[in-house]
Design a protein around this ligand. Sequence first.
Ligand code: PLP
Length: 291
Amino acid sequence: SCAAAAAASLPLLASGALTDDVAPLMVFDKNAHFCLNLMKPICADEAEVVTLRHNDLEALEDLCKTRPRVAYVADGVYSTGGQAPVRELLQLQDKYGLFLFFDEAHGFSTLGRHGRGLVLEEMGAINDRTLIVTSLNKGFGASGGAIFLGPRHNHQRHNLATRFGGPITWSQRINTAGLGAIIASAAIHRSDALPQLQNRLQDNVRYFDELIESDSRGDGLPIRFISIGSEDNTIFFAKSLLEQGFYTSPIFFPVIAKGRAGLRIMIRANLRQEDIRRFATSLNQLKADHE
Ligand SMILES: *Cc1c(COP(=O)(O)O)cnc(C)c1O
């Protein structure tokens, strides 16, 4: 899984094994996924750990200026909506040698050529100062996860990950049916079916945005976060929508700050427009009733 991939690779990064044997300052984005955040104490055994406000490039650059080695830990596409400023982060990498660690669980499959995700689409190819973990359980429709490492020293990093990467050295395994699903899913990713699915998804995202207001309207990503505020109202909204046949994901503390609860909505390629329209009517009615 992506969570196991993060547990395998973040301690290696904190140990300095990927940054010339100097433990880097580990900088986490405040909104990084739970499976990254929960590794902070383990990383802190090896390196200093700090957390920055969401997408705070200025603060990150200040740290790059004063510290010899900095590693930034972020989601490519955030599970609570929005994305990392990938281009600007790559500029910081060029300028200061910043190490970038991305979780692409939501960018994979949905975005980029062969579904390679937001970050690799921007980078072209992985480099030695970047590590990407991803899930095959989300857009990929299979099971398991993956780690992308740069090519350095003839797969020296690959050996490092498989020998010392925590869960990878245990009996973590993918069941046989899951392996079959991964192989079949990979074939779809290489075929013409993938761009068709990505286009259908983009059509649905655009249609959703026409009907429903959200902070991330127009960003082309498959995740929408509908701000509601109160935890009780959020649960009420989710329950009412479920009664009308729509599953949404209500999220609140500790995933996000107290009093900032809302509904997370994951748009799919195979939603029918009439379902999106019906959903919009229900949601907009609920919102109007609670204003
Ligand atoms: C779901 C999710 C994960 C965990 O993926 P698993 O493969 O289920 O472990 C990691 N990161 C993000 C951003 C996610 O949304």
